[in-house]
Design a protein around this ligand. Structure first.
Ligand code: CAA
Length: 258
């Protein structure tokens, strides 16, 4: 792949968007490569994924404005679907995905970060949905996910004003969970991913599914989603191993994702 790299460190996968000359902007090729990259990840061995951008300036500076500038309404809609399909794949990916936001996360960059489970960033990061300044709406899920993450009022303010915000403000409004120096960002992301990876994968996946699917349901239905996933953990190898380790006062646990 020319624009997306995949590396592994133990049970942690690292997806890097690698188009630094265009500040990692998402054109159709990058989107197709991202799609193929997530399809190719072996979730039997990879237990957490980190998504980041190449270079020290930009995570993703948005969808590719050059490509979008010539689109018809139907082509615009199709381009939106292309991005939405990939981002939904990330959002529903079986294992957690952490966005390590290392600079600009504008438009499609903010949107791809929001499709991840957890966002952390460097102190030079900048977030925003500048689309209305370009004469379009956010098109890769921004109108939907920003409101769900930071609340309707703040999302409307950010989207209508097209104002970019720095890392400290993103932290204050709950768009990111933590801010690090650029040097500390990837070590922190790897540490978090490794911590997730050492827990029972079967349970971590069920938690992701329960939280995601529950948020789209009424509370009466949402708690049933949880009950079923909770029940599905019992009599698995990992549940027996996890509970035996506790009862035997054993620190070492051999989780097998089964
Ligand atoms: N699309 C295409 N190319 C982009 C790009 C984008 N979103 N963002 C940056 N680039 C390119 C620039 O054109 C430039 O290329 P050249 O060197 O060939 O001229 C290169 O990356 C470096 O960019 P700048 O020279 O502009 O760098 P800067 O440091 O002066 O500014 C920036 C950085 C503030 C991020 C500025 O590049 C910028 O404003 N980019 C656009 C951000 C934006 O509006 N993103 C939203 C896009 S719309 C969207 O994403 C819709 C959606 O929801 C699907």
């Amino acid at each position: 792949m020319g624009f997306v790299r995949f590396d592994t460190e133990g049970a942690v996968g690292i997806v890097t968007i690698d188009r630094p000359k265009a500040l990692n902007a998402l054109n159709s090729e990058v989107l197709a490569e991202l799609d193929a990259c997530f399809d190719s990840i072996d979730t039997n061995t990879i237990r957490a994924v980190i998504l980041t951008g190449e270079g020290d300036k930009s995570f993703v500076a948005g969808a590719d404005i050059g490509e979008m500038s010539k689109l018809s309404p139907a082509e615009g809609e199709a381009f939106g679907k292309k991005g939405n399909d990939v981002f939904r794949k990330i959002e529903t990916f079986p294992v957690p995905v952490i966005a390590a936001v290392n600079g600009f996360a504008l438009g499609g960059g903010c949107e791809i970060a929001m499709s991840c489970d957890i966002r952390i960033c460097s102190d030079n990061a900048m977030f925003g949905q500048p689309e209305v300044g370009l004469g379009i709406t956010p098109g890769f899920g921004g109108t939907q996910r920003l409101a769900r993450i930071v609340g309707v009022g703040m999302a409307k303010q950010l989207i209508y004003t097209a104002r970019n915000i720095k890392a400290d403000e993103a932290f204050r409004i709950g768009l990111v969970n933590a801010v690090y120096s650029p040097e500390e960002l990837m070590p922190a992301a790897k540490k978090m991913a490794a911590t997730i990876a050492q827990n029972a994968p079967i349970a971590v996946r069920a938690c992701k599914k329960a939280i995601n699917e529950g948020l789209d349901a009424k509370m009466d239905d949402a708690i049933v989603i949880e009950e079923k996933l909770f029940g599905s953990c019992f009599e698995t190898h990992d549940q027996i191993e996890g509970m035996n380790a506790f009862l035997e006062k054993r620190k070492e646990k051999n989780f097998t994702n089964s």
